[in-house]
Design a protein around this ligand. Structure first.
Ligand SMILES: N[C@@H](CCC(=O)N[C@@H](CS)C(=O)NCC(=O)O)C(=O)O
Length: 270
């Protein structure tokens, strides 16, 4: 029995849905946890995921947390196309990417997403519910500082200290991808792997925010080519777009357009 706890706009959850689809594995139960309404903070869910984050996978009673770990687990446990390159060195290249996602790109994405979009959605909860939402985050969450950081970004937007460095770090990862993809078809060499699966949600997040100008129009042509090949994979739409509710897709696009001039200025495109 395979249960997935996930959310439509969560990058980590989308990564796991993509890995499941590439592996041709169906979940028996998909539990939708609305992390913008605070459903991740319930006592029941925190028994599964003490950090109160999505995704979580429960396989025959075994709880597996951490999206990168979940993807490796899926690849190991289920038959179907391997999501790892064959060579030991290529495997290290793959893991350098997935480690970078966990250590740097994902926390940066949380900040970018809140400053560009989610702070406006959370503000709609009204003052009281918003305070409750912000104070419910456990001390160990997306990062060990996420509770305070999320509050700061929701209240201060682009004036939050360090936010410009975060956005430049995110953009720097696109440049690192560009450098790699100049010489290789996929991020860990010539084989599509968990590295590509791991990076896709972060490029797609920018795409859904209408910020594809970060790689289009000749700025990062190899990233543009890689992402267009990723989008042609049979399960891209189901894993990344179909699970995102229409109102959230609309919010990402609308608030993304609204905040794009700030992002453009910060990364030196304006
Ligand atoms: N390291 C975790 C991070 C999970 C994570 O940050 N999930 C986000 C959505 S992508 C979340 O649930 N956030 C809840 C919140 O901000 O309260 C993983 O890879 O699974």
């Amino acid at each position: 029995m395979l249960d997935l706890y996930h959310h439509g706009s969560s990058v980590c959850a989308a990564k796991v849905r993509f890995a499941l689809a590439e592996k041709q594995v169906q979940v028996d139960n998909a539990h939708y946890i609305d992390i913008l309404k605070g459903e991740q903070f319930t006592e029941d869910y925190r028994k599964i995921n003490p950090k109160a984050v999505v995704p979580s996978l429960v396989h025959d009673g075994l709880i597996i947390n951490e999206s990168t770990v979940i993807c490796e687990y899926l690849d190991e446990v289920f038959p179907g196309p391997s999501l790892k390159p064959e060579g030991a060195y290529e495997k290290t290249l793959m893991r350098i990417w997935t480690k970078a996602v966990d250590e740097q790109l994902h926390p940066a994405c949380g900040e970018l997403t809140f400053v560009c979009c989610h702070r406006f959605i959370v503000q709609r909860l009204g003052k009281e519910k918003m305070q409750e939402f912000l104070s419910s985050t456990p001390d160990q969450s997306v990062t060990s500082k996420w509770k305070e950081r999320k509050k700061q970004i929701v209240l201060m937007g682009f004036d939050a200290p360090g936010i410009e460095d975060t956005i430049r770090l995110y953009d720097g990862y696109l440049s690192k991808m560009e450098e790699t993809l100049k010489n290789h078809t996929w991020l860990a060499g010539e084989t599509f792997s968990l590295a590509d699966i791991g990076l896709t949600p972060y490029v797609n997040r920018l795409d859904m925010l209408n910020m594809s100008g970060m790689w289009e129009n000749g700025r990062l042509p190899h990233v543009a080519d890689w992402f267009s090949r990723i989008k042609q994979r049979p399960d891209f739409k189901a894993a990344f777009l179909d699970w995102c509710p229409a109102d959230l897709t609309e919010d990402l696009a609308t608030f993304g357009v609204q905040t794009w001039p700030d992002v453009k200025r910060i990364i030196g495109m304006a």
